[in-house]
Design a protein around this ligand. Sequence first.
Ligand code: AMP
Ligand code: FE
Ligand code: FE
Ligand code: ZN
Length: 281
Amino acid sequence: MVGYDLHTHSDASDGTTAVEDNVRLALEVGLEGLGVTDHDTTAAWERARVAADGTGLEIVPGTEFSAEHEGSSVHVLGFWFDPYDARLVEELDRLRNEREHRARAITRRFQELGFDVSFARIRELAGAAPIARPHIATAAVEAGAAATRQEVFDRFLADGGPVYVPKHAVSPVRAVELLTDAGGVAVLAHPGLFGARDGRTGTPDELVEEMTAAGLSGIEVDHPDHTARHRARYDALARALGLTSTAGSDYHGAAKPNRLGEVSCSRSVVDELRARIRGRT
Ligand code: AMP
Ligand code: FE
Ligand code: FE
Ligand code: ZN
């Protein structure tokens, strides 16, 4: 058993695999538990539970909630919240809706640069999922803007890039409040990746402190894109603030090189996190 991978995507957001495939893969690599954390949606929860039923694999239902701070993305993982909580559902609907407008704006910017990226194609690539930048990157490769999706990000689409448009997103503090008010726990995702593409400075300590005051439960210390320095920095910060250090692969199927289960945390970490659900401690 290699523990819990608390951060994965399926084709319910910008992953390329069905959630049933993720469950199968999790069993293959010997995971005890799988976090189902699609961007701004809970659409894959039920299918994940059905696929895992009777296998012994624990599904940890979650989402990766979009927040924004000073023009850069901050992602907040939420787990075990009520998927029908009215305020949370309203905000998730708004986030998904705003993603459409933003994709149109990014499409216009590509067109201004002379690349015939089509919104209809992006919509088709996303299917029922909320549109995310990887869908746009695929359409941009097809339109000849760059040879690979990563090159599209590096040249155009990364935070602060020439076609980048921030999406409507709540503040990180608000994201924590919404997730905890809905009966869940909130974990700051990949804090080392915060900042514009030219200067990824990492999520500022002060912001993590503010989020902690709002009810943050943990920090995703172990993530494939984190350096050893990131891990040391945020593990120390988690200890100083009394937060749980978690791990997640950020698996996206073929959309990213990350392998499901490549980083994981123990059951005791997950139990510690679960015990932080407000009112249960
Ligand atoms: P969005 O939520 O639409 O802003 O898209 C965020 C997703 O885009 C992330 O989850 C990653 O999958 C991808 N992404 C963001 N920045 C980069 C980058 N610099 N290189 C590769 N993928 C990225
Ligand atoms: Fe993603
Ligand atoms: Fe993320
Ligand atoms: Zn993710």
